[in-house]
Design a protein around this ligand. Structure first.
Ligand SMILES: Nc1ncnc2c1ncn2[C@@H]1O[C@H](COP(=O)(O)OP(=O)(O)OP(=O)(O)O)[C@@H](O)[C@H]1O
Ligand SMILES: [Mg+2]
Length: 361
């Protein structure tokens, strides 16, 4: 298979800071034209990996290829990529127009072409009326759009973004998620996007790379990591509230549990996969939270607390109730290692769903 110029391959990359491994033998291939999201908790190595791709830092071992070429010796400016940071990094003394054009001047694009591209990008980003202002005269969302416009106007095929929305309020963040995704698709950009916010990852990503403690836990579509988390870590990190994890013994002897899972296993069930049933292990109600469209029910099974999501139209459960679950939706993990036991998965369900449009493009 031919390598696209924007494909990014990370091969056995480690980055040590003294004794700490910020990245520990990480390998992943990011497809051209994809919106790839590096997702994980603070300190897991997301920014470190992004900085290595950008060329702002050097790995201790391993290789990074862009378009099949080892970029180890290329400075950031030679890697044909743009970057957007959390801090926007706008120049306070320059106007919006000058900020957007800054990189182009450095690259010696003709004045006529600069103005044409500026007008185009400003219109696309809703900045046309703001071009004469200084960054201090803009809202947070507008500043973020200027930072984005600066990346977009460079027309570089790869854009790296490190938590670009984290300084915005919730409403703006939601709007910008949609805008960012639309621009990426319109321009066919290859985006590598860092966040610790799983909602951002779920809503924008073609592929999510779930990271923990310098390692990759799982690579998959949002649907894959949600429905079939590869590890207990991913199960607990993705989903609001996250997947419930029950010691297998609590379900011992229950009919209908995937392939007779039980002792030595953890049974993962999403809040929406649980229900009040006619029979099943007996659970104890602890509290009910009304959220409008649905209710979150806190309950306990044996010594394990869990959360169940019910439609608000359904009556809350009684003080003690039989716990039912959507059969076939269980994720079964090895309790000792925390890894998913795929032998319990339905054979077709464990096939990764590959989007073939990227292969033929
Ligand atoms: N220059 C450095 N010197 C020493 N340690 C570093 C350096 N940069 C990062 N680290 C360490 O490497 C690990 C990964 O850091 P990194 O910034 O990649 O995390 P992150 O996933 O981006 O976290 P956050 O979500 O908080 O931004 C952390 O333990 C961090 O303390
Ligand atoms: Mg970071």
């Amino acid at each position: 298979m031919q390598t696209s110029p924007s494909q990014i391959q990370i091969e056995n990359v480690s980055r040590l800071f003294g004794q700490t491994a910020a990245l520990d033998n990480v390998s992943v291939s990011l497809d051209a034209g994809d919106f790839s999201v590096l997702l994980g908790p603070s300190g897991c190595g997301k920014s470190t990996l992004l900085r290595l791709i950008a060329g702002l830092d050097r790995q201790t071992s391993g290789a990074i290829r862009i378009g099949g070429t080892d970029v180890g010796d290329l400075p950031p400016s030679a890697r044909d990529l743009s970057m957007v940071f959390q801090s926007y990094a706008l120049f306070p003394h320059l106007s919006v127009a000058e900020n957007i054009l800054f990189g182009l001047k450095v690259r010696r694009v003709s004045k006529a072409e600069r103005l044409q591209r500026l007008n185009q990008v400003a219109a696309m980003m809703g900045l046309s009326a703001l071009l004469a202002r200084k960054p201090s005269e803009l809202s947070g969302g507008q500043q973020q759009r200027v930072a984005l416009a600066r990346a977009v106007i460079s027309e570089r095929p790869i854009c790296l973004m490190d938590e670009p929305l984290s300084n915005l309020d919730a409403k703006l963040r939601a709007d910008m998620r949609v805008e960012l995704r639309a621009i990426q698709q319109k321009l066919g950009l290859t985006v590598v996007y860092v966040t610790h916010d799983q909602i951002e990852a779920m809503t924008m990503a073609d592929r999510i790379i779930v990271m923990s403690a310098g390692r990759i836990e799982q690579v998959g579509t949002p649907e894959e990591v949600y429905a079939r988390p590869a590890t207990v870590f991913t199960a607990g990190f993705i989903g609001t509230p996250p997947m419930n994890l029950f010691p297998g013994r609590l379900f011992a002897g229950q009919e209908g549990l995937k392939g007779g899972a039980g002792e030595g296993h953890l049974i993962g069930l999403r809040p929406e996969d649980l229900s009040v049933a006619a029979r099943g292990p007996e659970a104890e109600l602890r509290g009910v939270e009304y959220l409008g469209a649905d209710r979150l029910v806190s309950a306990r099974l044996g010594d394990t607390d869990f959360i169940m999501r019910m439609p608000a139209s359904a009556a809350p459960p009684p003080a003690r109730f039989a716990l039912g679950w959507a059969e076939g939706h269980e994720s079964i993990f090895d309790a000792a290692t925390g890894t998913r036991l795929t032998q319990f998965d339905h054979p077709t369900a464990s096939q990764p769903k590959k989007d073939l449009t990227h292969e033929t493009a």
